[in-house]
Design a protein. Sequence first.
Length: 218
Amino acid sequence: MNKKEYGVFGLGKFGTSVAVTLAEAGNSVIAVDANPDRIDEIANVVTCAMVADVTDPDVLDNLGISNLDCVIVGVSTNMQASIMATIFAKEKKVPFIISKAENEIHKHILEKVGADKVVFPEAEMGGRLARNLMGGDFVDLVELSKEFSMVEIQPRSEWLGKGLRELNVRENYGLNVIGIKQNDELTVDMKPDAPLEKGMTLVIVGKNDDLVKVGVEI
């Protein structure tokens, strides 16, 4: 797995969880927060930890933000700071920007100013997000209940070239494929014998225990 360089702006429970998970996996992580106590707690774990205002372009520029592979804007309660940090990351052409939103209005604004992905995560989602990032693809997960979830995943390597009928995902894995995304288009009327291809995204519903068996982080 190729190690990447990440920036985490805002070290609440979510941001800290993301930063620690990425750093412990051997990735380069720059962590920024205005609270010195939060920086002290994470300084020995990440590559670089700095007490700074994430809305200050000069500070972020000096950190070399334009060289990062991904920025996670974990600030959400301060909407202005969240938006400004997202805008600056976009201006510096960071390839992938994930921003945490406080509400739907905040989410809409973040998408407008350039966030590639907007999330409403609880603290425990931070580690899962980090693992998804390191896997090379961000995977959406919606918890339908304590036992069931709906996820978007890439087809497993052994599934490629085979159709849904042959794979019999429901019988063999206890999961239901309810849609396939390809080229940003969602199809729910799937052809059962059409071979799955690399680049497709499967929309799957199932029990969390069964999803874990095919590599989904719950």
